[in-house]
Design a protein. Structure first.
Length: 435
């Protein structure tokens, strides 16, 4: 055995004795990353190429499309679905970018992407967002030394992060503000708590769905602070309409029209999953109704667990909420998996000995975050569809695993309680008979 390999194995053993969960996650992610790189080299980049969005000329275009749409009546003309806070921000950036571009007959979005000013602004915003996430990980990850740095590299190089960067989506910045909230909302320092509420409001103004994380404050029975947080979120979503066109109803109509899907191939959220499975047998309207019922049950069960279960691990609480964000109604897209970053950090911080349930959850997280090589075919989008459908399936398994675990635990406690009560009743009957 080569000396370097022996040293590596010994180093892994030492790390495993300290934190087996983080060590196994890092090992699995490293192996899959190595496989991804080797496959990319052997295929001359094809397996990397087919991992990304099927319209390969659309790299970074979520950002540049938003710049274009926000520059001219975004809600009434371009039918924008983003909240007005981020739309106003995109419009502000457009004032610095558009004057430097002469698109001619070319679409303005492509001209912005091809311009020096446009590309540099996008890269700076992305670099700052990623750097803030790195700083956050260095602060909150409990592992130390090389293991911490390895985890940071593996997470930044994970599928949701790479996909979000390739699409040019603002979700990485939204994730940073969500993380600030989750790691700060329960602080004993009141200033930090309220700053975390402001961070959640900003994230809500970027993506709307992060507002669901506010239920964590209700869980702590801090109802006044929950109301303040909710008010901040409402202000972040609605007040910026004063600086742009349209209004809440126009935005809602745009969102509804955008998410209408006739016959998807592949799935991320529940509605897409149901349409993919039953689209050939049932009419879409029937499938939509079934999907809404399933989503309603999913939210009800999640909120019941979050609000009533006082013994559940915190990472599971955040995982349930983030799974609802990913699987619930709306636009199902692969970069949504990035929301589970927060739960993954908390899961890795748990430490403790390995168990069957931890192995199951670890496999789910690895399959969601790992880079998987695509492949070329007649249908260029099939590789991407298979990749994100597999990952969505593991999101569902993760959520179902947590819910089933809590149900089994509750039943076990009830049985123990019944056995104890029955034993006490038998003891009382025996005592009465002896008398």
């Amino acid at each position: 055995m080569p000396k370097c390999l022996g040293r590596l194995i010994e180093s892994v053993k030492v790390e495993y004795s300290t934190n087996p969960v983080a060590t196994l996650f890092a090992s699995a992610m490293s192996v899959l990353l190595l496989v991804f790189i080797v496959a990319g080299l052997l295929s001359q980049g094809e397996t990397v190429y087919y991992m990304f969005w099927k319209e390969h000329d659309r790299t970074f275009m979520d950002f540049f499309d938003s710049i274009v749409y926000s520059s001219d009546s975004p809600y009434t003309n371009w039918r924008v679905i983003y909240p007005p806070l981020i739309t106003v921000l995109y419009g502000f950036l457009g004032h610095f970018m558009i004057p430097f571009v002469n698109p001619g007959s070319e679409y303005l979005g492509y001209a912005l992407r091809d311009s020096q000013m446009g590309l540099m602004i996008y890269l700076v915003i992305t670099a700052i967002s990623v750097y803030l996430i790195v700083l956050l990980m260095r602060k909150v990850l409990k592992t130390e030394g090389r293991m911490k740095e390895l985890l940071i590299v593996l997470l930044i190089a994970s599928y949701p992060f790479i996909y979000a960067i390739e699409r040019g989506n603002i979700i990485i910045a939204a994730l940073f503000f969500c993380s600030i909230f989750v790691f700060g909302y329960n602080s004993e320092n009141k200033v930090i708590r309220y700053l975390s509420y402001l961070a959640l409001a900003i994230a809500t103004g970027f993506k709307i769905y992060p507002l669901f994380l506010g239920i964590l404050i209700v869980r702590e029975s801090r109802y006044k602070e929950a109301a303040v947080c909710f008010a901040m979120g409402v202000c972040a979503v609605f007040l910026p309409f004063l600086l742009t066109d349209g209004g809440p109803l126009v935005m809602l109509e745009n969102i509804i029209n955008y998410v209408v899907i006739d016959a998807p191939f592949g799935f991320i959220n529940i509605n897409q999953f149901m349409l993919t499975i039953f689209g050939f047998f049932l009419p879409n309207q029937t499938i939509d109704i079934i999907s809404y019922v399933i989503v309603a049950i999913m939210y009800a069960v999640t909120f019941a667990i979050v609000l009533t279960d006082r013994e559940i691990e915190f990472w599971k609480i955040t995982a349930l909420i983030c799974c609802c964000i990913i699987l619930g109604p709306g636009v199902g897209t692969p970069y949504l998996f990035i929301y589970l970053f927060i739960s993954l950090i908390l899961f890795l911080n748990e430490g403790g000995i390995m168990s069957k349930s931890k192995v199951f959850y670890l496999i789910c997280f690895v399959m969601i975050f790992a880079l998987l090589p695509g492949f070329a075919s007649r249908w260029e989008d099939i590789a991407l569809v298979i990749i994100y459908s597999i990952k969505a399936l593991f999101v569902m398994l993760l959520m179902m695993g947590i819910i089933v675990d809590r149900i089994l635990l509750l039943n076990s406690r009830r049985q123990k309680c019944r056995s104890r009560c029955q034993g006490e009743e038998d003891h009382d009957n025996l005592s009465e008979g002896m008398r």
